[in-house]
Design a protein around this ligand. Sequence first.
Ligand SMILES: NC(=O)C1=CN([C@@H]2O[C@H](COP(=O)(O)OP(=O)(O)OC[C@H]3O[C@@H](n4cnc5c(N)ncnc54)[C@H](OP(=O)(O)O)[C@@H]3O)[C@@H](O)[C@H]2O)C=CC1
Ligand SMILES: CC(=O)N[C@@H](CCC(=O)OP(=O)(O)O)C(=O)O
Length: 342
Amino acid sequence: MIKAGVVGGTGYTGVELLRLLAQHPQVELAAITSRAEAGTRVADMFPSLRRRVDLCFSDPASARLDECDVVFFATPNGIAMQQAPALLDAGVRVIDLAADYRITDIAEWEKWYGMRHASPECVERAVYGLPEINRAAIAGARLVANPGCYPTAVQLGLAPLVEAGVVELGSLIADAKSGVSGAGRKAEVSSLFAEASDNFKAYGVAGHRHLPEIRQGLSRLAQKPVGLTFVPHLTPLIRGIHATLYARVAREADFQALFEQRYAGEAFVDVLPPGSHPETRSVRAANLCRIAVHRPQGGDTLVVLSVIDNLVKGAAGQAVQNMNIMFGLPETDSLWQLPVLP
Ligand SMILES: NC(=O)C1=CN([C@@H]2O[C@H](COP(=O)(O)OP(=O)(O)OC[C@H]3O[C@@H](n4cnc5c(N)ncnc54)[C@H](OP(=O)(O)O)[C@@H]3O)[C@@H](O)[C@H]2O)C=CC1
Ligand SMILES: CC(=O)N[C@@H](CCC(=O)OP(=O)(O)O)C(=O)O
């Protein structure tokens, strides 16, 4: 059995990791940390885990994370970068759900994240954990940078077009909407029911920290810099991201066939039939990205619709998918559940 540790087990991505790891056939949960809840039984805090998780939260400073085979950091940005080097030295594999190792240009990362990087020497050896694009490198990785939620939906939606060189690369547009769980479980005025429900707004229009991450990923695929306008929105859902992506045609192709061929054999990307409108509820609680390709009125602009559950394919599910790949397990282990309706 793989001994897994979760740092940040009381957050939304942390508890989603616990849900998935507790039902994983090859995993034993060995340590779950929380500074605020150290000593509390996990199942007392999260009754959904009663009879399945029999551990107490431990303080991250004293938890025996170095005895784990893999440690997931479901913590705010800036935490994993302090603790990952020692764990890697101890032979532990690390999967960071935050952004510490996602951007290879350290100065760029420091600019967007507003802090000094504590372990820049590890950035180079980190593998960006988007399996549908980077599977072979993930298989040999000791340190995986799990992608952000918006970057997952946007990159999976645009990758086939960018790789094939069939769209103009200077004018991509990603108009994305996220549920409130994307902001995490910490108390914040903008996440209050009276603020976030019955309301809809854009934010970060001048520049969101996922912009450099998406640009980096798409530029790697294009092998040249891409231009992207990215506008995130907060929508009164709990879970879910819906990205509407716009790209101008540069070269004619059968775009539906392009997407179907690109993702043929992928367990976690579903290319819908022509004319479809994927809904966030069709991926709720599932490790799945559903995509539809449109070309309105046969014009020169393609519209790609991409939906994920931000906590699953956008975070914890993708992290478990990466773990499965790193340990040579079937990629679908513990990730094959159907979405939850309604
Ligand atoms: N929510 C989402 O949809 C997505 C989130 N992410 C990223 O995943 C990470 C976790 O997000 P989310 O679960 O939403 O966050 P939450 O705010 O819900 O949870 C954060 C967790 O980290 C712990 N924590 C906070 N500070 C520290 C610290 N200094 N040392 C150790 N543990 C700490 C908290 O527990 P305690 O304070 O008790 O220790 C808590 O368990 C973030 O980096 C986020 O950006 C990525 C993709 C999607
Ligand atoms: C709705 C909402 O607030 N979403 C978050 C994105 C969550 C995420 O994936 O952030 P990381 O890159 O830090 O992992 C935001 O826009 O900040």
